[in-house]
Design a protein around this ligand. Structure first.
Ligand code: NAP
Length: 513
């Protein structure tokens, strides 16, 4: 966004809580952190030179390499001179007399600007559950989302990890290697498809680079903005024979990763199709885990893909180790954290270190931590008291000239984030150009357009199986958070809608002043 803004001849001040660029890749440095979208796809496509000069080394890039990429982008476009690091925005207030935003920070900054772009990330507000006795634990505690930058030495220790989502799944096999003993506290069992990570071959990189524009476009034509270059079938799961179905799942399993859910068109739409895919994975888990009791605890019962499908390397195998214990919190819930460890209804697990892999206050958390006030002193907290309400996930009624990159109501976390981020940056840049060229002071959604958009997002989500489980997409992981499905499934349709809105002079927005 900063690069784009400069290209338009505008100036910008960026405030960044972290000590460097990279966002999620700056904070999530836990062992094994790695992207679950393939590296050739998970990169910026706005500059041919950038995409040609950068070389990814692995099929799925590890966190340090993605951070290096973010640093490279920051250096390449000389971005740092307009970024103030280690600085948190505390408030942003719209001044109706001047049509400007006033932004204040914890470092004493006090700036005004006509436009406010919130690029605060969807998974940047770590969620640590409020477990009785949490402060009493005598050993160190860590959260995967705010992992210490100089690493953590867990060798020879008895380690506990709470959570079995994507972060935990990546960390567990590696921590198990290092620790003397690992106790995994699982509330909900997780589906994972192997990553089959490996070094990238020079010829496959060359093939993509020779056709990067087509490769990017193919991804934009996909509902989740990745996997455009795979073979796609239009078949539904039950329209083919049992053998054919198994063969397709097998093929996707051998391919690895998130495209497993694209084996058929209706896995996230039809409960029966979903059950077929789920059973395939359940069977794989049972094959890998040698202790049948442990295997049954690891077998998930919810809809596959309802919570984000995980991409793993050796996760289920880790439970065959004699020094790894799985505690099923559905059988024996946590009662308290004690000075010596974690006490469940079955007794105390003594630990030297405790890791929270308990996720994030997703999509709204980072925005609502800031005191954002729009027209008539309306706070974003009040505007979103019954759940986030946006138009296109880009604008909010009552908050003129405020844009939310990958905001709730846009496809965001259901997609390849870099594609969604780029699409939003380009849309916002075009929008502000439109305003400036016409001397228009403010843009703000029409209340009816926003209401319709919220209804539309709910309707689309309602066609899918996403709302059937307690996922962070629904805010269900944060006690007290309003249960609303926040992202919009379907990138391509969404992109077309955004383009249409712009082509029609920002239909659904009030352009004033
Ligand atoms: P998450 O998916 O929200 O998982 C949090 C885990 O903590 C869940 O297993 C949850 O159980 C458990 N938990 C939460 N509160 C608990 C409590 N009070 N007691 C016991 N267990 C509790 O968080 P995450 O693993 O950090 O991943 C978040 C998202 O970040 C992912 O879905 C993905 O989009 C992204 N991510 C991506 C990658 C990647 O690219 N490879 C890696 C990591 C994260 P319940 O399921 O029962 O709530």
């Amino acid at each position: 966004m900063l690069h784009k803004v400069r290209q338009q001849g505008l100036t910008a001040q960026v405030f960044e809580a972290g000590g460097g660029v990279g966002g999620t890749w700056y904070w999530n440095r836990y062992p094994g952190a790695r992207c679950d979208i393939e590296s050739m796809e998970y990169s910026y496509g706005f500059d041919e030179e950038l995409q040609q000069e950068w070389d990814w080394t692995e099929r799925y890039a590890p966190q340090p390499e993605i951070l290096k990429y973010a640093d490279h982008v920051a250096d390449r476009y000389d971005l740092r001179r307009d970024i103030k690091f280690d600085t948190k925005v505390t408030s942003a207030t719209f001044d109706e007399a001047t049509n400007t935003w006033r932004v204040q920070t914890d470092a004493g900054d006090d700036v005004t600007a006509p436009y406010l772009v919130m690029a605060t990330g969807c998974l940047s507000s770590a969620n640590t559950p409020d477990i009785p006795g949490a402060d009493s634990f005598e050993g160190p505690t860590y959260h995967t989302g705010t992992w210490p930058h100089d690493g953590v030495d867990l060798s020879g220790q008895r380690v506990g990890i709470i959570g079995t989502g994507s972060s935990a799944l990546q960390a567990i096999p590696i921590i198990a290697e290092e620790a003397a003993h690992l106790t995994v506290f699982q509330r909900t069992a997780t589906y994972a498809v192997p990553a089959w990570n490996r070094p990238l071959e020079p010829d496959e990189v060359a093939k993509v680079k020779a056709n990067y524009a087509e490769f990017r476009e193919a991804n934009r034509q996909m509902p989740a903005a990745f996997g455009g270059w795979l073979d796609h079938s239009e078949d539904t799961a039950l329209s083919v024979s049992a053998e054919e179905r198994r063969a397709r799942f097998e093929e996707r399993w051998e391919h690895g990763g998130l495209p497993f859910l694209g084996a058929f068109t209706d896995i996230l739409l039809d409960p029966e199709a979903n059950e077929e895919a789920a059973n395939f994975v359940r069977d794989r888990i049972r094959r890998v885990v040698t202790d049948p009791k442990v295997a049954e605890r690891l077998v998930p019962d919810q809809v596959i893909g309802c919570k984000r499908l995980c991409v793993d390397t050796g996760y289920y195998e880790t439970f065959n180790r004699p020094d790894v214990e799985l505690v099923d919190l559905r059988e024996t819930p946590i009662e308290a954290i004690t000075p010596a460890g974690v006490r469940t209804s079955a007794g105390e697990h003594e630990l030297d270190a405790l890791i929270y892999a308990t996720g994030f206050d997703a999509m709204t958390g980072a925005l609502l931590r800031i005191d954002i006030r729009g027209r008539d002193g309306l706070t974003l907290q009040d505007a979103w008291a019954a759940g986030p309400r946006t138009y296109l996930g880009l604008g909010v009624v009552g908050f003129p000239n405020m844009f939310t990159i990958t905001g709730p109501g846009s496809p965001s976390v259901l997609t390849n984030m870099l594609v969604s981020i780029q699409q939003h940056v380009e849309w916002i840049a075009d929008c502000t150009t439109h305003l400036r060229e016409r001397g228009i002071a403010t843009i703000e959604p029409v209340p009816q357009a926003q209401d319709n958009w919220v209804d539309y997002v709910n309707m689309v989500a309602g066609f899918t199986l996403f709302p059937t489980c307690n996922s962070w997409y629904l805010g269900a992981n944060v006690p007290g958070k309003t249960r609303v499905f926040m992202p919009l499934p379907g990138f391509t349709t969404y992109m077309e809608q955004c383009n249409l809105v712009a082509e029609q002079g920002y239909l659904g927005f009030v352009l004033a002043g």
